[in-house]
Design a protein around this ligand. Structure first.
Ligand code: GDP
Length: 432
C-alpha cells in the first residue's frame, strides 16, 4: 500500500496529532517528515494527555515503529528529554524510534539567533517559537548546517565546529553584539548528546522503502499547516521548513518518491485559528472570537508555547487554496463540537480587497492584511454533538455544514471529530 500523508489545511493546530493517533491503529510505521520542535501535537488516550514535539504520535501504540525523517531539524537535548518523558510515563521508545542520519541539528547559536533576530526585526517580528528552528533551516540551505551523522561522529563534529564556531561567533558579536560561544564547551556538550542519540540513528529512508516494499502501511505525519508553508503561506509570516510541510514535501522529507504516496489527507478545523503574527482575514476580536477560543473542552492555546490562538470563522478561500496545493484525496473536519452553541455560523467565501471582490488567495501579504471577509451565514444546530458517533445522528444543520465544507474542498470528508478524546470521532468512510 502506498504511503498516506496527513497534512494541516490551515495555520496548524488542526488536530493532526489526534487524527494520526486514530489512523496509527492500522499502520505499521508512523513518520515525521518536516519542521522541528516548533510543532506540537496533542494526543489524549488512556495513559493521559501527551504533547509531542518531535516523536511521531504513533509512539503511543507499543507495536508501531516511529521514524523522524531527514526533513526535520533536531534539538538533541529536547528529543532526549521527550524520549525520557515518554519512557517515564510507561511508553517504550527504545528499539521503536529511528532518527535519520541526514536530519539537521539545532545548535546553540540557532536558538540564540532566533531570539536576537526577532528583536532586530522589531515590528516585523514573525512570532517564532524561539526554538532555533528557522535559523537551523536557514543554515541547511546556506550549506552551513550540521547533520545528525556528524553529531554522532566526534571527529566530524570537531571538524565542523572548527569552521562553524568562529563563523557564527563573528555573526553573534558583530551583528547582534552578543557574547561568543566556546568551541570546547559546545564540543563537550554535543559529543555527549550525540553519544546518547547514536542508538536511535539509522538510514530511515531505507527503512521506509523496505516497509513499503513489504506492503506495510506507512503514515507520514505533517507538521504545521499549508498557510504557514514557506512557498504557499502568508510570507514572511511562515515557517522555515525545507522541505515544505505541504504533502509534496513528505516524499523529500522522508526519502521516498512522489509515486510512493497514495493518499493525501487534509485536516481542517471547523473554524480557523492562527498562532503568531501575520494576516488572518477571518480573525474575530469580539466575543464570538473569545467564544471560539474558550468555548470548547480544549481551549485554543498553543501546544508548544501556550500562546492564545487567534480565532475566527472558517475561511473557505484559504481552505480551497490549501486543498488544491496539497492535492487532497480525502479530508477530516475536527472540532465540530466547538460550533455547537452558535445560533448561526459564518463562512468566508470571498475577500474584499481595495474595493474588489476576490475568491483566491493573494500572494501579497499586505493585500491579505487589508482583506475584509465576505461571509455566508449558515444555520447553527445548538445541540451537543460530543456524544454522537454516527454521521446520520448529527443534527441536520451540522450535517449540512460538513457537506458545505466538503464542497469547498472538493474532497470527500471521511472523518469528523466532536471532542478531543480518541472515541469522539465519526467515521464517514474508512481511510485505511
Ligand atoms: P496538531 O498540531 O494539528 O496535532 O494540533 P494540536 O494538538 O496543536 O491542537 C489541536 C487541539 O484540539 C488539541 O488540544 C486537541 O486535544 C484538540 N482537539 C482535537 N480534536 C478535537 C475535537 O474534535 N474537539 C475538540 N473540542 N478538541 C479537539
Amino acid at each position: 500500500m502506498p504511503a498516506i500523508v496527513v497534512v494541516g489545511g490551515q495555520w496548524g493546530d488542526e488536530g493532526k496529532g489526534r487524527v494520526i493517533d486514530l489512523l496509527a491503529q492500522k499502520a505499521h510505521i508512523v513518520a515525521r517528515y518536516s519542521a522541528g520542535n516548533n510543532a506540537g501535537h496533542t494526543v489524549i488516550n488512556e495513559l493521559g494527555e501527551f504533547r509531542l514535539h518531535l516523536v511521531p504520535a504513533g509512539i503511543l501504540y507499543p507495536d508501531k515503529t516511529c521514524i523522524i525523517g531527514n526533513g526535520l531539524v533536531i534539538d538533541p537535548a529536547i528529543l532526549l528529554e521527550e524520549i525520557a518523558d515518554l519512557e517515564a510515563r510507561g511508553v517504550p521508545v527504545r528499539g521503536r524510534l529511528s532518527l535519520s542520519d541526514r536530519a539537521h541539528v539545532i545548535m546553540p547559536w540557532h536558538r540564540l539567533i532566533d531570539n536576537l533576530d526577532e528583536k532586530l526585526r522589531g515590528k516585523g517580528a514573525i512570532g517564532t517559537t524561539g526554538r532555533g528552528v528557522g535559523p537551523a533551516f536557514a543554515d541547511k540551505v546556506a550549506r552551513a548546517g550540521l547533520r545528525i551523522a556528524d553529531l554522532i561522529d566526534p571527529e566530524a563534529l570537531r571538524d565542523a565546529l572548527s569552521f562553524l564556531i568562529p563563523y557564527k561567533n563573528a555573526v553573534l558579536e558583530k551583528l547582534y553584539e552578543a557574547p561568543p560561544l566556546s568551541l570546547e564547551q559546545v564540543y563537550a556538550e554535543y559529543t555527549e548528546l550525540g553519544s546518547r542519540l547514536a542508538p536511535f540513528v539509522a538510514d530511515t529512508s531505507a527503512l521506509v522503502q523496505d516497509a513499503l516494499a513489504r506492503g506495510e502501511t506507512v503514515l507520514l505525519e505533517g507538521a504545521q499547516g499549508a498557510l504557514l508553508d514557506l512557498d504557499a503561506g502568508t510570507y514572511a509570516y511562515v515557517t522555515s521548513s525545507v522541505p515544505s510541510s505541504l504533502a509534496a514535501g513528505a516524499a523529500i522529507g522522508i526519502g521516498i518518491g512522489p509515486t510512493q504516496i497514495g493518499t493525501v489527507l487534509g485536516v481542517y478545523k471547523a473554524y480557523n485559528t492562527r498562532v503568531g503574527n501575520g494576516p488572518m482575514p477571518t480573525e474575530l476580536l469580539d466575543e464570538t472570537g473569545v467564544l471560539l477560543r474558550e468555548g470548547g473542552p480544549r481551549p485554543e492555546y498553543g501546544a508548544t508555547t501556550g500562546r492564545p490562538r487567534r480565532c475566527g470563522w472558517f475561511d473557505a478561500v484559504a481552505a480551497r487554496y490549501s486543498a488544491r496545493l496539497n492535492g487532497l484525496t480525502a479530508a477530516v473536519l475536527t472540532r465540530l463540537d466547538v460550533l455547537d452553541r452558535f445560533p448561526a455560523i459564518k463562512v468566508c467565501t470571498a475577500y474584499r480587497i481595495d474595493g474588489r471582490t476576490v475568491d483566491t488567495m493573494p500572494a501579497s501579504t499586505t493585500a491579505l492584511a487589508r482583506a475584509e471577509p465576505v461571509y455566508e451565514e449558515l444555520p447553527g444546530w445548538q445541540q451537543d454533538t460530543s456524544g454522537i458517533r454516527r454521521f446520520d445522528e448529527l443534527p441536520p444543520a451540522a450535517r449540512s455544514y460538513v457537506h458545505y465544507i466538503q464542497d469547498v474542498l472538493s474532497t470527500p470528508i471521511c472523518l469528523v471529530s466532536i471532542g478531543p478524546q480518541r472515541e469522539q470521532a465519526i467515521t464517514i468512510k474508512p481511510i485505511i
